[in-house]
Ligand binder design. Sequence first.
Ligand SMILES: NC(=O)c1ccc[n+]([C@@H]2O[C@H](COP(=O)([O-])OP(=O)(O)OC[C@H]3O[C@@H](n4cnc5c(N)ncnc54)[C@H](OP(=O)(O)O)[C@@H]3O)[C@@H](O)[C@H]2O)c1
Length: 260
Amino acid sequence: MSKRLSRSSNIWLTGASSGIGEAVAHDLAKHGHNVIVTGRRLEALETLASHYPGKMVSAAADTTSNADLESIKGTLNHFGDLDMAILNAGTCEYLDVANYDSQIIEANMVTNVVGTARSLDIALPALRATRAKGKPATLVIVSSSAWWFPFARAEGYGASKAALTYFAQALRADLAAEGIDVVVVSPGFVKTPLTDRNDFPMPFIISSEDAATRIRTGLEKGKSEIAFPRRFTWTLKALGALPQALIDRMAASMARNENS
Ligand SMILES: NC(=O)c1ccc[n+]([C@@H]2O[C@H](COP(=O)([O-])OP(=O)(O)OC[C@H]3O[C@@H](n4cnc5c(N)ncnc54)[C@H](OP(=O)(O)O)[C@@H]3O)[C@@H](O)[C@H]2O)c1
């Protein structure tokens, strides 16, 4: 039986000012946890934290900025030892291949990969200090299942989430000896301001509240991989098991529909 989140825990959550992160912040606070919430928009964070006086504190920072992260480092211990860091801040920029622009690839990589890696500069020492006291410590990285299939226009986003998943799983190997758990969350489509911009069908889309519940219960169960909803992730896995030539034909046909 997992001990994770079995008692009131102190959690740092990035990307908390909207969407999945905001829903996770509400869910965790309602389940008795203390949350340090990060994003760039201070006002949104303070509005969120005002619902849970004494249980939630805002720590505004751009996670791609070393200086911003350094400035909030002390706040990670606001409630005492840090038990968990949930690195969820992310973006999704789609490529218009007719006007190919490498800045789209870079924007995804910088926020999703470099921003997460930089967040660890301050999260890891805090989690290590907790572990040194014999307590459990967990690092959670919110990736995506989007990269399991070569979706049209998702070159930058998919590449960033593939890189992020590899980063997290290799970290899991390295941190195992220290007893620090690394969890990868791979959502399918979730209704948030990020996906509200999408102009294509999003099969099996779920609400951000539903996503938050699935993330918390997956963590409570001690899972190291949390992927949902199953109908979407299993479909992608089944597609991924097809011969590459077939995958390429399906992806190209979907791309023609997307780009026409
Ligand atoms: N929605 C989906 O269908 C879906 C599916 C799979 C994975 N995901 C992943 O889930 C995570 C949350 O996405 P979402 O759908 O909830 O999107 P969202 O509503 O746009 O939320 C993104 C969050 O990330 C924060 N953020 C973005 N860039 C940041 C930066 N440089 N520094 C600090 N915070 C930053 C935003 O806050 P500020 O604007 O205040 O900085 C916001 O709180 C992302 O990693 C996304 O890739 C989403």
